[in-house]
Design a protein around this ligand. Structure first.
Ligand code: ATP
Ligand code: MG
Length: 240
């Protein structure tokens, strides 16, 4: 069930790149502490949706409200300061910096005043491998290791909402599973998440609810347990 007032609400969102109309009348909600997956094929507008939420891209019409505030006209840094964090597509770590330095970049914005030491300990207990690799240059990590560092970095700011863009991309099957286990762990720790995925089965298996985008429109939505059974899902998925 949704909380009465969702943590995040996109209403009537229309986003353009130049003349090209990408997101069309998009309505998406994420409740407090909820795990929502955003599915869809290539170029369906998934990353554009995350960019619209963060204010990297501005919608032509519609509103983004977050934690009781209309943030539609606010900057990306304001939104991050209010409690959004992102694990971007392809992780985007600072390659020439060590793992530790990457985590520190995420901690510059410590929202609830807990000590930095406690933050590092929390990340290291969630991802023991990150601790082992803390002195290694991020650019030399494997894809799966980079995924963990990117999640750790995002969690250093104690976000209320974590946006993830295709966490399973480029990972071997065993690491995909591990990465979804970690997502579930972070969710259980109380962080709301909007997870963009093409791996529909995996994403829905851990989500509370899901949305399916096709050419910039939400064509299906519902409880994850119901979507997973949905015959149209496959069809919608193939839509471009
Ligand atoms: N900066 C941009 N300028 C012009 N067009 C863009 C820009 N960014 C994205 N697009 C176009 O918008 C459409 C949606 O892109 P988006 O990145 O949101 O898709 P996606 O669902 O994340 O796809 P993928 O699964 O491949 O990452 C695509 O056709 C893309 O080419
Ligand atoms: Mg994308």
């Amino acid at each position: 069930m949704n909380a009465p007032e969702p943590l995040l609400r996109l209403s009537g969102i229309n986003t353009f790149y130049g003349l090209i109309h990408i997101l069309q009348d998009v309505e998406i909600e994420v409740g407090v502490g909820e795990l929502v997956s955003l599915l869809g094929g290539n170029a369906s507008g998934k990353s554009t949706t995350l960019k619209t939420i963060l204010g990297i891209v501005r919608p032509r019409t519609g509103a983004v409200t977050f934690d009781g505030e209309d943030v539609t006209g606010r900057s990306t840094s304001h939104r991050i300061g209010r409690g959004m964090a992102i694990v971007p597509e392809n992780r985007r770590l600072f390659g020439p910096m060590t793992v530790l330095e990457n985590l520190e970049m995420g901690a510059y914005l410590n929202r609830d005043g807990t000590g930095r030491k406690a933050d590092f300990e929390r990340i290291y207990s969630l991802f023991p491998l990150v601790y082992e690799r803390r002195s290694q240059l991020a650019g030399t990590l494997s894809g799966g290791e980079q995924q963990m560092v990117a999640m750790g970095r995002a969690l250093m700011s104690h976000p209320k909402l974590l946006l993830m863009d295709e966490p399973s991309m480029g990972l071997a099957p065993v690491l995909v599973e591990r990465s979804f286990e970690i997502i579930q762990q972070v969710h259980e720790a109380g962080v709301a998440m909007l997870v963009v995925e093409q791996n529909a089965n995996m994403a829905l298996s851990i989500a509370d609810r899901g949305y399916v985008l096709s050419t910039g429109r939400v064509v299906l939505q519902g409880k994850a347990s119901e979507l997973i059974e949905n015959e149209d899902l496959r069809k919608a998925y193939l839509g471009r």
